[in-house]
Design a protein. Sequence first.
Length: 139
Amino acid sequence: MSLLPQIGFLELMVLAVLALVVVGPKDLPKLMRGIGKFLKQARAMADEFRAGFDEMARETEMAELREEIESLKKNNPVNEVKKAVEDTARQADADRYQQVKGTPPKQAGETKAAQAAEQSDAPVAASEPAETKKAEGGA
């Protein structure tokens, strides 16, 4: 990138001769140093501005990407399938447990309250034969 793209060699020579006549040969090096420092500061400020602008653009892009990733995580169909598979596996484990226990498999809609009621009935059923034996023995 050229700083002075529309100034050719001939125009630069005219400016150099004009600066030599106006400023003089003694002060010309000081003037050139001052111009160089000014150009260096201008370039540094332009670079700093560009870097700040690029960083803002990157941060904005990263925020958009984060939002997109979160959206994909929430709406991921794999999560729904995984949940369905886990539910099915849990139900299969419960059915297998019931088969080992010796009772028929439970329906998927049965609640824990029904299970608790069933467990509370079990001790009563176990005590009934003892009571019937007493009644039979006494009669």
